[in-house]
Design a protein around this ligand. Structure first.
Ligand SMILES: Nc1ncnc2c1ncn2[C@@H]1O[C@H](COP(=O)(O)OP(=O)(O)O)[C@@H](O)[C@H]1O
Ligand SMILES: [Mg+2]
Length: 246
């Protein structure tokens, strides 16, 4: 569904991404893991067209999208939940979700998309009238993901959805992300903490200094010497359980 092939990206004169290749298939949950500054956000920004690759290709549903503008890429069905959540602090939860349905018109009716957004994070319904500053970090992350879903995308790009969250909140956010995969949407997650990689991840990539140093099933990553050296992959407390797709 999404293919990055040999991407080279520069910011000013710095060579940030080096021959980055990765693949996200339909209904997959793919995690791009790497330390802070390794190039995860740059990868997502390149997919969304806010950075132009100097070399390489980005293809979405079989068509090249590199060089297109962000709003065109969004219209093709890629939804982006940025690291800083991107929600409008002066608007309520309900308004933030509703506005997303205007941003990408067409397709499913707005009411259906709004229902979809609340269906993955039912707790947001209770906070419909709240504004950004009255919400906890976890609620803001949920809202950010929910409003991305209200765009009705085929694929969601989630930048650090679990960052800064209290450990007790992470399962609720993770369950919402799992619910999105059950709706048949593909997801690409950028994550700096390997321990936050959801157990339903179907494929994992590790990025280090702008280069992909591992790509494969998550089970293999925990055994990979390069991965454990880079991100300190202590054995996970529980083995990966069933994928939500099964
Ligand atoms: N606007 C920018 N100007 C200069 N350097 C940048 C800019 N954005 C990112 N970088 C650099 O690119 C590298 C990768 O950053 P980023 O993709 O944000 O990493 P990550 O999301 O993995 O933490 C870092 O070294 C960062 O300093
Ligand atoms: Mg980042």
């Amino acid at each position: 569904m999404l293919t990055l092939a040999d991407l080279d990206v520069f910011i000013h004169t710095s060579h940030i991404l080096r021959r980055v290749s990765l693949e996200v298939g339909a209904r997959e949950v793919v995690c791009l893991v790497g330390r802070n500054g390794s190039g995860k956000t740059t990868t997502l920004r390149t997919i969304m067209g806010s950075l132009r690759p100097a070399a390489g290709r980005v293809e979405f549903r079989g068509k090249p999208i590199h060089g297109r503008r962000t709003h065109e890429i969004a219209r093709l069905g890629l939804g982006w939940a940025p690291e800083d959540s991107g929600i409008f602090p002066d608007l309520t939860v309900a308004e933030n979700i509703e506005i997303a349905t205007w941003t990408r018109p067409g397709g499913r009716p707005a009411a259906e998309r709004i229902d979809l957004a609340y269906s993955v994070f039912p707790v947001l319904h209770r906070y419909r009238a709240r504004k950004g500053p009255e919400m906890s970090g976890g609620e803001r992350k949920m809202l950010s993901i929910a409003r991305t879903l209200a765009l009705d995308p085929e694929m969601l790009l989630l930048d650090e959805p679990f960052e800064g969250l209290a450990p007790a909140i992470i399962p609720a956010v993770s369950a919402g992300v799992a619910a999105i995969t059950k709706l048949g949407r593909a997801i690409l997650i950028a994550e700096s903490n390997i321990h936050h990689v959801p157990e339903y991840t179907t494929r994992l990539y590790v990025i280090e200094r702008g280069e992909i140093v591992f790509g494969g099933p998550p089970d293999d990553a925990w055994r990979d010497a390069t991965v454990t050296r880079i991100i300190g992959g202590a054995p996970r407390p529980t083995p990966p359980s069933r994928s939500p797709l099964q």
